[in-house]
Design a protein around this ligand. Structure first.
Ligand SMILES: Cc1cc2nc3c(=O)[nH]c(=O)nc-3n(C[C@H](O)[C@H](O)[C@H](O)COP(=O)(O)OP(=O)(O)OC[C@H]3O[C@@H](n4cnc5c(N)ncnc54)[C@H](O)[C@@H]3O)c2cc1C
Length: 279
């Protein structure tokens, strides 16, 4: 199918893009187009205007500032995947990126687009939750910083207002004590996951502390499993699996019961990663 007709504008500044969003209430932002164009082609959405943000400078940098890694909204998946800084300071995201679609998708898709789109089966929203990250936005009232825990509101629903543009995400830079783990189960590599798990922790003597387990594909948003986190921090993987506080619904990929079982399998794999010393 082909999309319904739309107008196209390519603003050169955030202010111009925010103003266009104010003038055209049903306009949509275009970043990498890897999700948006499919929804237009299937006529799931028919905006009168596409606002292409690719001409706005300053949104495609990865920087290390004040103990945080800041990743601009227009950083492509492939750019981050091949960045030494990401491997060193943002190892969880570096581990997750190769699981997103295929190279052609990662060449165009942006980190900002993945977070703003908030697909419940996507890798990066879950990573942002596992890292206690934050999102920076620009809107008619200026800049806002939103914690990841407050950002994902529901199925494809976020705290972004109608005139907000996501400009960057920020996560704490990894230190020598940072541990990360990532695993997902998909029918084929590159497909959206049936279930996935992004996790972080801090090395604490021979064990781990501050465990954060962020599952995806198990609900309408990335989901922290707090009871399992507490059990894993005490070093007992079987108890963590038994404590898994998830209640996934059936979807086109699997029943809720199968998803819950798979979540336990992933938890065992990720627990092993978290407990190993990491380079
Ligand atoms: C075959 C295929 C397989 C895929 N597999 C996966 C996968 O396994 N895992 C996964 O996570 N993704 C997958 N994707 C999606 C891909 O990662 C997309 O690139 C990503 O979801 C959206 O990023 P984008 O830059 O392409 O955004 P776009 O498609 O341009 O935009 C997506 C949505 O976000 C909004 N938006 C974009 N940028 C901003 C911004 N800065 N501020 C506010 N709103 C914004 C747009 O208006 C739109 O509503 C797949 C896509 C395809 C086609």
């Amino acid at each position: 199918m082909k999309p319904a007709p739309f107008a196209y504008k390519k603003p050169r500044s955030l202010e111009e893009a925010v103003a266009l969003l104010g003038e055209h209430k049903d306009a949509r932002l275009l970043a990498g187009g890897q999700s948006l164009i499919a929804t237009l082609n299937m006529r799931l959405s028919a905006p009168s205007l596409l606002i292409d943000i690719n001409g706005i400078s300053g949104l495609d940098q990865i920087a290390h500032k004040g103990g945080m890694v800041e990743i601009g909204a227009l950083v492509r998946h492939a750019q981050a995947e091949h960045s030494d800084m990401m491997h060193k300071l943002a190892p969880l995201i570096a581990r997750a990126l190769p699981h997103i679609g295929h190279p052609a998708i990662r060449n165009r898709g942006t980190l900002g687009g993945s977070i703003a789109f908030a697909d419940p089966a996507a890798e990066l929203p879950a990573c942002l939750m596992a890292l206690d990250g934050e999102v920076e936005t620009s809107g008619p009232k200026g800049k806002r910083t939103i914690k990841a825990t407050d950002f994902f509101k529901g199925l494809f629903e976020t705290a972004l207002g109608p005139q907000d543009i996501l400009t960057a995400i920020r996560i704490p830079a990894a230190t020598k004590d940072t541990r990360t783990g990532f695993a997902e189960l998909a029918r084929r590599h590159g497909d959206y996951a049936i279930v996935g798990l992004a996790a972080s922790a801090r090395a604490d003597g021979k064990g781990i502390a501050d465990v954060k387990l962020s599952f995806f594909g198990v609900g309408s948003t990335p989901t922290r499993a707090k009871k399992a986190e507490a059990a894993l921090a005490s070093g007992n993987v079987d108890a963590a699996v038994a404590a898994l506080d998830l209640d996934p619904h059936d979807d086109v990929q699997a029943t809720g019961a199968v998803k819950k079982h798979l979540a336990g399998v992933l938890l065992c794999r990720v627990a092993k990663q978290l407990m190993e010393a990491q380079p």
